[in-house]
Design a binder for this molecule. Structure first.
Ligand code: AMP
Ligand code: ZN
Length: 468
């Protein structure tokens, strides 16, 4: 079956994807909050969204991909209480909130590009779309969905039919979840802020005039305003991490559908978490916060190793972080690059039988792990090298492993006589340590050699050194 099917959180089923407009698919992905680096958990979600975008394009859809940049007014608690994350980040680093936003927006773009994640068609800063958010809140106000408390304008969730249509949780459970940070003036625990007032006793760095007073938008309104503005005719697919289902996306749907009277996005897709030990999700505010830099680059791993690791786990299944997992992924990706580089550069033909298998895998709700198995089968098959290459490069439109440049990633073995004398000495010492079964010393010497710029591999031919 070749039609693209996607698991839709609204129906909790895999559904055949049918776009509103055949010529162009609208894809909205909730963007980063730019008060710190993205962690590799966040990046897992952006990788899943990138595989989705690439699979849509592989199916010949033109994709209009919109992403917001949350550069304001997102409080530390999901329920509109707590400190402002941007101002907190600014304090931490002795910069202005605007500078912090700029800095981490650029860091985000650098990280995603290093992972070969395609840039969206356009990014939209929340601070560039304040009038649109105010207009949407005014619309909700006119229709009677809002009320005012001491600290802001709130959305009355009791006025919405099927408030739980995305989460499928009993309203009681949603209310319990929302009760953690209670605001006594809220009419219902699940009600949320559309507009927050600036405190009377201090001036915020980021604040705007509005019909309700000086303040800043609540968190959820940004994604509704930005997606309705840029994707009004293509409300096809909306994505984020699984933590967005019960609050953020639920509230986006409630306010958007109340304002427009129309369905807001047909397909809702969510990526499962990257967990640290013990099934705990990686979070920005806790220990175990690992960035692309700290988890990969600083350890001498190519960022694409993380892309490869993420491709091995289905996007709806949790992924476990572990240094060993990354090392294994590194071996897998290096092997793939070596195999592809060995195919040469002659032009060949894409093998249509394998292509159908590949398309069947990726179109089955993005089964990328299965698609990898199809690639492995191509490389093992008895096709001629040029056809294997053409087929692998075709699949790489979805994988994004930069297979066309595979040869440039391969570290070649350096002949012993070409090694600097100091490295020759260390490698001799390591051979002796291994002969004496002194594994601790052997590892210690491997680290020293690596620090000097050479990878050590123990192969069937003995110890081999490759320039990093
Ligand atoms: P934030 O910058 O906090 O708004 O998060 C950016 C994206 O990362 C959102 O789509 C979140 O749902 C997602 N996310 C947050 N934590 C994790 C995690 N541990 N694993 C995967 N995705 C996550
Ligand atoms: Zn969002």
């Amino acid at each position: 079956m070749l039609a693209l099917s996607l698991y839709n959180a609204l129906s909790r089923k895999k559904e055949i994807f049918v776009p509103i407009n055949k010529k162009q698919v609208g894809l909205y992905t909730c963007g980063p909050t730019v008060y710190n680096f993205a962690h590799i958990g966040n990046l897992r979600t952006y990788l899943f969204e990138d595989f989705l975008r690439r699979v849509l394009e592989y199916n010949n859809y033109k994709v209009k991909h919109i992403m917001n940049i949350t550069d304001v007014g997102h409080l530390t608690g999901d329920m509109d209480m707590g400190e402002d994350k941007m101002e907190k980040g600014a304090q931490r680093e002795g910069k202005s909130a605007w500078e912090i936003a700029e800095l981490y927006t650029e860091a985000f773009k650098q990280d995603t590009r290093r992972l070969n994640i395609l840039d969206p068609s356009s990014y939209h800063k929340v601070t560039d779309n304040i009038p649109e958010q105010i207009a949407l809140i005014s619309k909700l106000e006119k229709k009677g969905y809002t009320y005012k408390t001491k600290d802001g304008i709130y959305f009355d969730t009791s006025k919405v039919k099927n408030y739980n249509k995305l989460s499928h949780l009993p309203l009681e459970t949603l209310r319990e979840g929302a009760r953690v940070e209670k605001n006594p003036e809220k009419r219902n625990p699940t009600d949320f802020a559309l507009w927050k007032f600036s405190p009377l006793d201090s001036k915020r760095q980021m604040e705007w005039d509005s019909p309700w007073g000086v303040g800043f938008p609540g968190w959820h309104i940004e994604c509704s305003a930005i997606s309705l503005k840029y994707l009004s005719k293509n409300l096809d697919i909306h994505c984020g991490g699984a933590d967005h289902i019960n609050i953020h996306h639920t509230n986006e749907i409630a306010q958007s559908e109340s304002a427009t009277g129309k369905k807001f996005f047909n397909y809702w897709l969510h990526g499962a978490f990257l967990n640290i030990s013990g099934g705990k999700k990686m979070a920005k505010s806790e220990d175990g916060f690992l960035t692309l830099n700290s988890a990969l680059i600083k350890k001498g791993l190519n960022p694409l190793v993380y892309r490869f690791a993420a491709s091995q786990v289905n996007y709806r299944k949790p992924m476990e972080y572990g240094e060993n997992n990354l090392r294994q992924a590194e071996q897998g990706l290096n092997k793939l690059w070596e195999q592809v580089a060995a195919l040469g550069s002659k032009k060949g033909n894409i093998n249509s039988e394998f292509q159908v298998k590949f398309l069947t895998a990726v179109n089955d709700d993005l089964n990328i792990p299965k698609a990898l198995a199809v690639l492995a089968a191509v490389l093992k098959s008895n096709l001629i090298a040029a056809d294997k290459l053409a087929t692998a490069l075709d699949f790489d439109k979805v994988f994004g492993f930069d297979l066309k440049n595979a040869a440039s990633y391969i570290n070649s073995v350096v002949k012993s006589s070409d090694l600097p004398a100091s490295i020759q000495k260390l490698s001799q010492e390591r051979l002796i340590a291994r002969k004496n079964k002194d594994w601790a010393e052997s590892d210690n010497l491997r680290n020293k050699i690596q620090a000097a710029g050479y990878l050590v591999e123990d192969t069937a031919n003995g110890q081999e050194l490759k320039k990093i």
